[in-house]
Design a protein around this ligand. Structure first.
Ligand SMILES: Cc1ncc(COP(=O)(O)O)c(C=O)c1O
Length: 385
């Protein structure tokens, strides 16, 4: 059976199924010991002191922004090359969003454009409260450079690391938060590892972790109560903040922990498959996302750029005719009807160029080397016509 009919998909082994069944046979279904174990496993995998599991990365971005103090009227800056959830999380808080063009090679937020925009905003008193870099496809943003800008201009940094579990920059494991206030990972099934649905926030601050953990469960706490209300202590709880139900279930968490045990081998496998794409396609002037040699990307997405739009569309049509799935990541945020007021097409020449020539090719660990070569052969046929 061909594995090329999806650009990405989950990979579930018997031990993943056993881990979920064990929870189904246990006392806890929703947030309980399996969630705590999942948090410890993510903290270990990312070298971060604190991890908080939530129902999705979208929920995690929202909670992290609230926890970092984002208020109505504040401003959040991010990249147009992301899923709408990044921007929506800021809008949930009543903040405004500004988009910064991307880098043509890394496809991440362009830090030179960001610096110029910050200089201008500083003059006009319009600096952002929070910047959200997105490690697109798992390719690490230069966080050290971003953190120098954050020190200079006084904004906080929330990493949208939805794609980047298992990625490493020159200086840290993504999620370690050496150069940011918090990071958020997604465990949606198209991501390299899954918990069915789910997200995890990592951070360095114990206070932020405590606040986020409380907010994910209605802002209610059973610890450090202000009053006893005449009830025995073990029956008491208090709401101290306005929170949400963003809990992860133990069923999802057990799957996530089981999958996390395979993180290293899965990233290695993806790196290997990417190398095949690279060796096969680079002589044909197909451009792949640049990943710096001293970095490691989780390779969540394999994005190729072609000479022009018609070549890209021809490649897509030819692959489709052979039942080979492709996709495009991402339709620029400002092109969505709901977000059209966030930016004008003409303000994003690099994003537009990528939007017209890019294509996401299949990359997941069920693919064989021969299947990847089959995709490349089709592409080369189109290019050589
Ligand atoms: C960059 C990015 N941010 C946020 C999300 C939201 O993740 P979730 O589906 O876990 O809410 C996604 C999901 O595709 C994403 O790709």
């Amino acid at each position: 059976m061909s594995h090329l009919s999806s650009y990405s998909c989950q990979s579930i082994d018997q031990d993943d199924i056993d881990a979920v069944v064990a929870v189904l046979n246990s006392e806890f279904l929703t947030q309980g010991p399996a969630t705590a174990a999942f948090e410890r496993a993510v903290a270990n995998a990312t070298n971060s002191p604190f991890a908080c599991a939530v129902s999705s990365a979208t929920a995690g971005l929202h909670l992290a922004l609230v926890g970092l103090g984002l208020l109505e009227g504040d401003s959040v800056w991010t990249t147009p090359n992301t899923f709408v959830a990044t921007v929506n999380a800021a809008l949930y808080c009543g903040a405004s969003v500004r988009l910064i063009d991307i880098d043509s090679e890394t496809l991440n937020i362009n830090l030179d454009c960001l610096e110029r925009a910050l200089q201008e905003a500083d003059r006009d008193g319009q600096l952002p409260k929070i910047v959200i870099p997105v490690h697109f496809g798992g390719n690490p943003v230069n966080m050290e450079k971003l953190s120098r800008l954050s020190d200079k201009y006084g904004f906080k940094v929330l990493e949208d690391a939805s794609h980047a579990l298992g990625s490493r920059s020159q200086h840290e494991t993504i999620g370690q938060c050496e150069f940011s206030d918090a990071a958020v990972f997604s465990f949606h099934p198209v991501k390299p590892l899954t918990s069915g649905e789910g997200g995890v926030i990592t951070c360095k601050s114990q206070n932020l972790h405590a606040l986020i953990s409380r907010l994910r469960s209605h802002g209610v706490s059973r610890e450090n109560l202000n009053a006893q209300h005449g009830l025995p202590e073990e029956l008491s709880y208090e709401q101290t903040d306005l929170g949400w139900n963003y809990r992860l279930s133990d069923i999802n968490a057990a799957l996530g922990t089981s999958q996390l045990g395979k993180l290293k081998t899965r990233v290695e496998e993806r790196v290997r498959l990417r190398e095949i794409y690279k060796n096969e396609l680079q002589p044909y002037a197909v451009k792949l996302q640049r990943i710096d040699t001293d970095c490691c990307s989780s390779n969540h997405l394999l994005v190729a750029q072609f000479e022009n739009q018609s070549m890209r569309n021809e490649v897509h049509n030819s692959l489709r005719a052979s039942n080979i799935a492709t996709n495009f990541h991402y339709i620029p945020i400002y092109r969505h009807p709901y977000h059209k007021n966030i930016g004008k097409i003409t303000d994003f020449p690099i994003m537009e160029s990528y939007f017209s020539t890019g294509l996401t090719l299949p990359l997941h660990i069920k693919l064989t080397i021969n299947e990847v070569k089959q995709v490349c052969t089709k592409i080369k046929e189109v290019i050589s016509q």
